[in-house]
Design a protein around this ligand. Sequence first.
Ligand code: B12
Ligand code: SF4
Length: 473
Amino acid sequence: MKNKILLINPWIYDFSAFDLWSKPLGLLYIASFLREHNFDVFFIDCLDKYSGHDSLKVKFKKYGTGHFHREIIEKPKILGHIPKSFARYGMTEDVFIAQLKSHKNVQAILVTSLMTYWYLGVKRVVELCRQYLPGVPVILGGIYASLLPDHARKEIKPDYLIEGPGEIKVLNLLKHLLNKYENSIDLPKQLDDYPCPAFDLINHPDYLIILTARGCPYNCTFCAQKLISMPFSQRNPDTIIEEFELHYQSFKLRDFAFYDDALFINKSRHINVILEKLIEKQLPLRLHSPNGLFANAIDAELARLMFRANFTTLRLSFETFNNERRKDMFSKVSNEGMINAVYCLTSAGFNASDLEAYVLMGLPNQSIEEVIGSIVFVNNLGVMVRLASFSPIPGTVEFDRAVESGIICKDIDPLLTNNSIFPLTEGDKKFVLFQKIKSFCTALNKMAEENKLIYKDTSIETTVTNVMRKINE
Ligand code: B12
Ligand code: SF4
């Protein structure tokens, strides 16, 4: 008889949350891998927008994205001073408990984790597992577990914690726990040997996710990917196309979001080939990249392929217009690269206002002038600005810098590193300043949508001085 394993994607506890093509991809990879090794897998998705709710009430946004069900809950003491309400996002506890109770015969529970500052959702899930499925071992993995294993052991108290890529490690652990010694199929030697993520476990999917590689060869100082992922490795374009076709045929969904960290590396034998083959297949897809794309890699050929393959959400990593900081962060973008990318994309048929660019705000020692200058630089190109508020991730260079400069202490509660409130660490004044910058950015985006680029004919230095004066009024 097959062993029964329950997989859980916990709630989000936060001030705000939005389903921006957000699925527990790592857990779905583990699910299909365990199935291949003869386990029966069951899944509870606390972020299921449909379970326990009238599907007519689910609030949709574009391309399958949407709002989670939200319930205001008591703020943890440490966040008591934040003037915002705190909520649990996802299904109600009652629905979760009812689902847990229907899995009385499982032999192990696998819980995933995502953002470090979402650990309260993980903690609650594990508490309820202990209460309703006592004695069943709980194995914790995922991004929070990998970045803060000691914190997770102390707070969540799983029976086992696995760091990093989990497929093989969890298989070995389960075999050991369940005395399962029969010979199963060979272990994967390369990425193409892993089965496709088990999207059939998702209740009522509205979109699909695709991952064409794991890891990233770069080392940006604010990023934690090296601490989580396997060394950079790309899949064969043929297996990626097979996955697109299989998932499109099975789910009849058009929206696919890339989860890659580094989609454009080795472009001539990777993304260019993938897009060419997708165009050939004539599948009516819409492609989205919520993660930042390398602007510097975009040339006329790639831009044309992106347009023809129907890239619909296209976010570029810009980060900052300050070259000194770029060098210091090991950033792979340049101002010239950004200008060229926008030129190639608009020449290929995109409107500049269809493009978005991430601008970083709040890095240790980053001046407000630098943030405003970067926003104006992007706005002058007619591109929408997406502000990415800095939040220090343990184990990264920027985290250590934030500790050195006294902004945080090294054992800061992860709840305080939440990007939506982190500026408060430096006081109310900074928080208010950031709110003003956000409003400035929203206003510029609105005008850019109507093709009004009000600072285009003024030098960035003069614009920054004028905007700073207004902000400080
Ligand atoms: C895709 C992605 C997103 C997507 C959505 C992610 C989602 N699922 O909802 C989008 C673009 C929306 C996003 C947004 C953001 N993200 Co993001 N994102 C990622 C990214 C690139 C990939 C995650 C992923 O799915 N990888 C692929 C799967 C296969 O890998 P995996 O999840 O790690 O799973 C493996 C292991 O962890 C393990 N595992 C997983 N679960 C389990 C369970 C068990 C039991 C076991 C044993 C093992 C195990 O095995 C799996 C398979 O090998 C990571 C970086 C990275 N490389 O991990 C950043 C990352 C998670 N994001 C990060 C950040 C900072 C953000 C933003 C705050 C950025 C910003 N400033 O706006 C936002 C905020 C999100 C929000 N508030 O909603 C940080 C995390 C910071 C933190 N403190 O935890 C990361 C690490 C990037 C970084 N900067 O270093 N993100
Ligand atoms: S390029 Fe992106 S994924 Fe790679 S290290 Fe830099 S921020 Fe992280």
